[in-house]
Design a protein around this ligand. Structure first.
Ligand SMILES: *Cc1c(COP(=O)(O)O)cnc(C)c1O
Length: 386
């Protein structure tokens, strides 16, 4: 054979344990990891449909929605953005994106690729007021407003209450990325009149990456079913995908082969959310974030988001201190403690550290561990300079 069998693949797989305290992924709990080892089922098996129905109910609970068009996309968080623009936008439609960091920029990039006429409001590292949003919608008249609820590049949490009333008034759809905010702060899809929301499995939901819960309101569903052109991306066409998930009636038709293992993991992750209760999770998140803030302050860090009420409690951003190289600290913490923290991303690259406390790692003990590691790193990385 011209290409010989590679030597590397003659060795068994070895994967080290790392404590994941960055902006995602996070370490899933044992019950979720164990779920991955259940036998594989066919995607059209009766038992699989039951699991998918359980997942739908779990997603409706975590999103606080009664939306029928609720399912999990077989891809990572980005697929939520692709699904929104593919299904709700036709070429030439106007989209307004609130940009308070990297993910807002990413959303506007994807919207443009779908032929949307995109306008952005930019306030990196800050939140948008209701008045600013109202004015922008009134003048631009978008078909869809896109908001990142928890912007993990800057650590900002955009308040959502009251925005749905404005979008309704102007017949505009409201889309929200809750990839890193869901189950960290309150989120009420129906009560807040949100038309489409998606989240990340690997962040607060404590499952592996690669499966993305998403829900569309009746209003959004109507837009999908009355659009003039075909949904351009078959893989995220909700009209067809929704049929496999039994969203419209009890008949199911094949769209693609779902990954049964990931669905088991997501099902168990949602079951854990149900068992613990969202309110309790949110309380716990607040408590642990507070512990982290105190510890970071004691280490002399300054917060990138000054006002505490604007901070996303799942990802905290602190400024890189003078005389410190953020890459060096991130590498040091990984090498010595096997802990994953991250530097900045996009507009915050080189400027901040991002420390995540998500899901299974949302405990005072894990917060203490990451603070100890940072303390050691600051001491040693500073010393190496002089
Ligand atoms: C992580 C993240 C994403 C992207 O998720 P992937 O699973 O990496 O595709 C999207 N939005 C926000 C706010 C995120 O933090």
């Amino acid at each position: 054979m011209e290409v010989p069998p590679p030597e590397e693949l003659k060795q068994p797989l070895v994967v080290p344990y790392k404590l994941l305290m960055g902006p995602g992924p996070s370490n899933p709990p044992p019950r979720v990891m164990n779920a991955l080892t259940h036998p594989i089922l066919g995607h059209m098996h009766e038992e699989m449909f039951q699991i998918m129905d359980d997942i739908k109910k779990g997603i409706q609970y975590v999103f606080q929605t009664k939306s029928k068009l609720t399912l999990a996309l077989s891809a990572s968080g980005h697929s939520g953005m692709e699904a929104i623009f593919s299904n709700l936008i036709e070429p030439g439609d106007r989209v307004l994106v609130l940009v308070n960091g990297y993910w807002g920029q990413r959303a506007s990039d994807i919207a443009k690729r779908h032929g949307a006429q995109v306008k952005t409001l930019v306030q990196i590292g800050d939140t948008f007021s209701i008045i600013t949003i109202d004015n922008a919608i009134q003048t631009f008249r978008p078909k869809l407003l896109f908001i990142i609820h928890g912007e993990t590049s800057t650590g900002v949490c955009q308040p959502l209450e009251g925005i749905g009333e404005i979008t309704k008034r102007y017949n505009c759809l409201l889309a929200v990325d809750t990839v890193a905010s869901l189950a960290a702060v309150p989120f009420k899809m129906d009560a807040w009149k949100i038309d489409v929301a998606y989240t990340g499995s690997q962040k607060m939901l404590q499952a592996p990456a690669g499966i993305t819960p998403i829900a569309f309101s009746d209003r959004a569903q109507h837009v999908i079913f009355t659009r003039k052109s075909e949904v351009p991306v078959y893989y995220v066409d909700m009209k067809i995908l929704g049929r496999q998930w039994g969203c419209f009636d009890s008949s199911r038709t094949y769209h693609h082969t779902t990954c049964s293992s990931l669905l088991y993991a997501l099902r168990e992750a949602l079951a854990l959310a149900v068992e613990e209760g969202l309110e309790n999770r949110i309380e716990k998140q607040k408590f642990c974030a507070q512990k982290l803030y105190e510890g970071l302050q004691n280490l002399g860090f300054e917060f990138y988001v000054e006002e505490e009420y604007k901070r996303l409690p799942s990802v905290t951003t602190v400024k890189v201190p003078q005389g410190i190289n953020s890459n060096e600290v991130v590498a040091y913490v990984m090498k010595k403690f096997h802990i994953d923290i991250q530097g900045g991303l996009g507009p915050t690259a080189g400027k901040v550290f991002r420390i995540g406390i998500m899901g299974y790692n949302t405990t005072p003990e894990k917060v203490a561990i990451v603070l100890e590691a940072l303390k050691d790193a600051l001491h040693n990385c500073r010393k190496s300079k002089f």
